[in-house]
Design a protein around this ligand. Structure first.
Ligand SMILES: [Zn+2]
Length: 306
């Protein structure tokens, strides 16, 4: 038995997407990974425990200073209230010194704002396919992106990629990418074999009915004035919040539609079917628009900026 995989599978300190990456890393399939470890008053010992496993496995790692995180604690009338839940630590894990060194080079490219060089280095650190790295860099050029994708086709491809390849962590160059397809199958088989309990939970379809609040609409922003890249939109990708908790969490989900336009604060009745890391949302009808929606969060999502 691998105690590290056992620990990752059983504990609540990692989100499912991070458990997936960690198990693949611990199974020596991914060369490096980045994950967030969340500590609340209920699992204070997990950080020590996790690091002991890393040392036992001679894994090279860097750990960030702790940062706070919050979650939606209640939704009442027009207010979406976030509360402090605990602290989180970012971990960079590497299979060897060489990958750790390459990661340092990546950071130095980021600091010097050499975006393309940084993306090439990051792709190598994390073991992404060359075709997907190349495409990712092409899309750094927003003019190219705008000329080759409409709003809808851009977001649709991202949604389709998540559905088609739920076990990979990179953005595939296309939904037809053969290397990503093979990687997805390989990763799926490893997870199924090494962490069957997690595999079952991650693959299970979870269905719930709820009302959703339209929190905002996505678009890529450009320039110093932060203008939307696609001014003429052939669809809408909304961030919606389920207004009742499921598994003790208020979920923030994305909903892509070509059909209707909804104002911020729209309350929609519908349902969500979740599997892996995505949700299929069905909307029945618009119930009303909540006036003056207040949605303030103090901290950003779990993530990093250099
Ligand atoms: Zn590819």
């Amino acid at each position: 038995m691998d105690f590290l995989i056992d620990f990752i599978e059983k504990r609540d300190c990692f989100e499912p997407a991070d458990k997936l990456k960690l198990i693949l890393f611990a199974a020596r399939t991914k060369p490096s990974t980045f994950v967030s470890l969340k500590i609340t008053p209920r699992n204070i010992g997990d950080k020590f425990h996790f690091e002991r496993h890393l040392k036992d496995h001679n894994i090279f790692f860097n750990v960030d200073k702790p940062k706070s995180f919050e979650e939606i604690s209640k939704i009442k009338n027009n207010k979406i209230v976030w509360s402090l839940k605990g602290t989180w630590y970012g971990y960079d894990l590497f299979k060897d010194k060489q990958h750790q060194r390459l990661f340092k080079r990546y950071l130095s490219f980021v600091k010097r704002q050499k975006k393309d060089d940084a993306d090439i280095a990051a792709g190598k650190v994390y073991g992404y396919p060359a075709c997907c790295i190349k495409q990712y860099i092409k899309e750094n050029d927003l003019d190219w992106l705008k000329n080759n994708f409409s709003y809808y086709s851009y977001y649709k491809r991202l949604h389709d990629s998540e559905r088609k390849f739920p076990f990979i962590a990179h953005t595939p160059c296309s939904t037809k990418c053969d290397i990503s397809r093979k990687l997805n199958i390989k990763y799926k088989n490893i997870i199924k074999k090494r962490a069957p309990k997690f595999f079952k939970e991650f693959s299970k379809k979870k269905y719930f009915r709820t009302d959703f609040i339209v929190e905002g609409e996505n678009n890529l922003m450009v320039g110093i004035n932060n203008r939307p890249l696609w001014v003429k939109q052939d669809a809408h990708e909304y961030t919606v919040i389920a207004n009742k908790p499921y598994n003790k969490h208020f979920y923030l989900l994305s909903y892509l539609t070509k059909e209707k336009e909804y104002a911020k604060g729209s309350l929609l009745s519908g349902s969500a079917e979740m599997q892996y890391n995505y949700a299929d949302i069905k909307i029945n009808k618009l119930k009303k628009v909540i006036p003056n929606l207040v949605h303030i969060r103090k901290f950003k999502l779990l993530g990093r900026k250099y």
